[in-house]
Design a protein around this ligand. Structure first.
Ligand code: AMP
Ligand code: MG
Length: 418
């Protein structure tokens, strides 16, 4: 059986990211949040665009104020006032100063700004009572970015800071990757919709909602194909439709070794190449992954199919551990695909059988500058969906460890919702 790290790597290696050109689209800056940049952004503007003042004060020539102090102020003639947004009209000659405000353009001839707190103005004279350093409080043109270089690199997610940079560079249209399309369905004769009345033995298809939410959070377009009964023919139809239309397919259930578990068999019948059928993870062992090549229209792009276990917690744990990184890579993100693990002090006794890498859900919080982890109350059965709600971390117990005592360190996979 594959170990978790190897399985995660195999999955990432199987993912072909969207193509920056074929799968790109131009969108309005107003709709760019959360999208992935597909091409480098290069600006023909310098940042700052011109030398400007970092303070309210006086633009001066350094040599005129060099060595001045309280007793021997430099006395300069104010030749102009330059508010932010206006262009200086005059050139500073020896003995001149210009009143200047934060963000305003430096006048020609000035090389330094003295803050108004060390100046005293009377009429058109200013007394400078403290010597600045050369170039003080001047933001030099192109100090932050020089026109023609790469301003933003492809593969980054556009968030508030990136949006601000794009706006500042006047990029009103942005070339981003299209959203990946992911088809999902649930398998099981026992499953019903949440608005159907429950008959004995039936269960609501909750995995669909879990997966839908997880996928929406990743910004993908989801095609929901509903509930498919445990019948090879019905499975074949839905699976074929899914792998033909989507960039990735996720189903839940039907991957164990029960009499009604047909997912792997149908995958193979449809020409899917099974890459793994079991991973040494708890919960989630029967994770089944197949690669379908060339099903997407006429293209030769591959479509990865994840057959997740049906247990609601197993489905989510395998989604977070294996599917989420795969989607991040697929979507064009240039890195940061793998889940974030942080070291925490365990506040609970954590138990595992030592045979498989175990993930125990609970809460991660900061206490005195250190992370602590507390197990969700009520047990860790993979059938127990209820106590998964409200948690924000999965403590990982490596193979070979049977118990983590209170006070010992544990790695915790962080789950974040914003
Ligand atoms: P399976 O992997 O198909 O053997 O399912 C394992 C367990 O998960 C069974 O108890 C199922 O009833 C349950 N299960 C399967 N699919 C879902 C689903 N979509 N939503 C909620 N529970 C499910
Ligand atoms: Mg089933």
């Amino acid at each position: 059986m594959l170990n978790v790290t190897t399985a995660a790597q195999i999955i990432l290696d199987l993912i072909q990211p969207l193509d920056p050109h074929q799968d790109g689209e131009s969108i309005d800056l107003n709709h760019a949040r959360g999208r992935i940049l597909a091409v480098p952004v290069i600006s023909n503007l310098d940042f700052p665009h011109w030398d400007n003042s970092a303070m309210d004060g006086y633009a001066v020539r350094y040599q005129d104020v060099q060595g001045c102090d309280e007793q021997h102020p430099a006395i300069l003639e104010i030749i102009e006032t330059i508010p932010a947004g206006s262009q200086p009209q005059k050139t500073l000659e020896a003995g001149n100063a210009a009143r200047i405000f934060t963000g305003a353009m430096m006048p020609i001839g000035a090389d330094t700004v003295v803050m108004q707190e060390v100046c005293q103005a009377t009429g058109d004279r200013v007394y400078v009572k403290s010597a600045p350093q050369l170039g003080q409080f001047v933001r030099k043109q192109a100090a932050y970015y020089q026109a023609g270089n790469t301003l933003l690199s492809p593969g980054i997610m556009i968030n508030p800071a990136e949006l601000a940079v794009l706006a500042a560079a006047q990029c009103t249209q942005v070339q981003v990757y299209r959203r990946p399309q992911v088809a999902i369905f649930s398998t099981g004769d026992e499953l019903v919709e949440p608005d159907q009345s429950l008959q004995p033995g039936q269960l609501v298809d909750s995995n669909r909602y879990a997966l839908l939410a997880g996928l929406q959070q990743l910004g993908v377009e989801v095609e929901v194909l509903g509930i498919v009964p445990d019948q090879p023919e019905a499975l074949r139809k839905t699976m074929e439709k899914a792998v033909t239309s989507a960039d990735m397919v996720i189903s839940s259930g039907g991957v164990s070794v029960g009499d009604y578990d047909y997912v792997a068999e149908v995958m193979t019948a449809l020409g899917g190449k099974i890459q793994m059928e079991a991973v040494a993870i708890k919960p989630g062992k029967p994770l089944t992954v197949a690669e379908f090549v060339g099903k997407l229209g006429n293209s030769s792009r591959s479509c990865l199919y994840f057959g997740l276990p049906g247990n609601p917690v197993s489905a989510l744990v395998t989604f977070w551990r294996f599917v989420q990184p795969a989607i991040k890579k697929l979507s064009g993100l240039s890195g940061g695909w793998n889940p974030n693990f942080v070291k925490a002090i365990s506040m609970s006794v954590l138990r595992s059988n030592g045979q498989r890498e175990s993930y125990l859900w609970g809460n991660l919080y900061l206490s005195g500058g250190k992370y602590e982890f507390r197990l969700a109350p009520g047990g860790d059965s993979s059938g127990n969906l209820i106590n998964l709600a409200g948690t924000n971390g999965l403590a990982m117990i490596p193979v070979g460890t049977r118990e983590v005592a209170v006070g010992e360190d544990v790695l915790v996979l962080m789950l974040s919702w914003i």
